[in-house]
Ligand binder design. Structure first.
Ligand code: SF4
Length: 249
């Protein structure tokens, strides 16, 4: 018998059990800073270390705009007043609750991925969804090469000038009901690239976004969480990082 078969039998199934079982394997997510209150005035130095404006102060409360965070750790490492860090990946926010797929259709959803000018990081994480560890097929999610068969338009990148028309064409070619998923900080607000002379400030400038997945890039489990939310396979729980309920700004 081939040694690979023997190795496979010995190793057994390694595919994550998420969302059925909580996934806590180290290294599967970079995590996010926590929402903190009661920060002393001298902690302003920490706030000023944020390169993306994800941290802002409101009286004695430090607010985190998780959609801007790029997990650079500058607020938690190398500072005298680190902000507590929270592991996890369930960061997706549903913006249009009506886009959630009805129960009878949730076991076979086709996704058209559009690279609207991303740096490659988000696309790499999206690609991992098909590998044996994440195996999104077991949950009924499939990548399709054509928007004509797509239930979900998954967009990464800030929407570069040259990608506006292809993105609109892909959306128009989809059958109704159409769902738009913005993946990554760039798709949510332009990220570190936009808005600029060749990049926009996110997908919402062009299309109605139904669900947002923050992260730079979001790990595969964060994208899987978003897919499970839009498919109605997971409930609309309060967001782990901000305490807001999905669907609320
Ligand atoms: S990890 Fe980086 S981007 Fe995120 S809040 Fe901290 S300093 Fe800002």
């Amino acid at each position: 018998m081939s040694r690979w078969v023997i190795k496979g039998i010995r190793t057994g199934i390694v595919t994550t059990r998420y969302p059925e079982k909580k996934e806590e394997t180290p290294g599967t997510s970079p995590g996010l800073p926590e929402q903190v209150t009661g920060i002393a005035p001298e902690n302003r130095e920490t706030e000023s270390r944020c390169p993306t404006g994800a941290l802002s102060r409101e009286k004695n409360r430090l607010n985190l705009r998780q959609e801007r965070c790029i997990h650079c750790f500058r607020c938690s490492r190398g500072t005298e007043n680190p902000i507590p860090w929270k592991n996890g990946f369930e960061w997706a926010e549903i913006r249009n609750p009506e886009a959630v797929v009805p129960a009878s259709l949730r076991h076979s959803l086709h996704i058209r991925v559009v690279d609207a000018g991303d740096c490659g990081a988000c696309l790499n994480e999206i690609k991992l969804l098909n590998n044996p560890y994440y195996n999104m097929h077991r949950l009924g999610f499939f990548i399709t090469p054509t928007p004509r068969q797509a239930d979900i338009l998954l967009v990464a990148g800030p929407v570069a000038e040259h990608m506006k028309t292809p993105l609109l064409k892909a959306y128009e070619a989809m059958p109704a009901p159409k769902r738009v998923m913005a993946v990554g900080a760039c798709a949510l607000n332009g990220g570190v690239f936009g808005p600029g002379f060749v990049t926009g400030s996110g997908v919402a400038d062009i299309l109605p976004v139904d669900i947002e997945i923050p992260g730079c890039p979001p790990p595969p489990l964060a994208i899987l969480h978003g897919l499970c939310l839009i498919a109605g396979q997971l409930k609309n729980e309060p967001n782990a990082a901000t305490g807001t309920r999905k669907g609320e700004k």
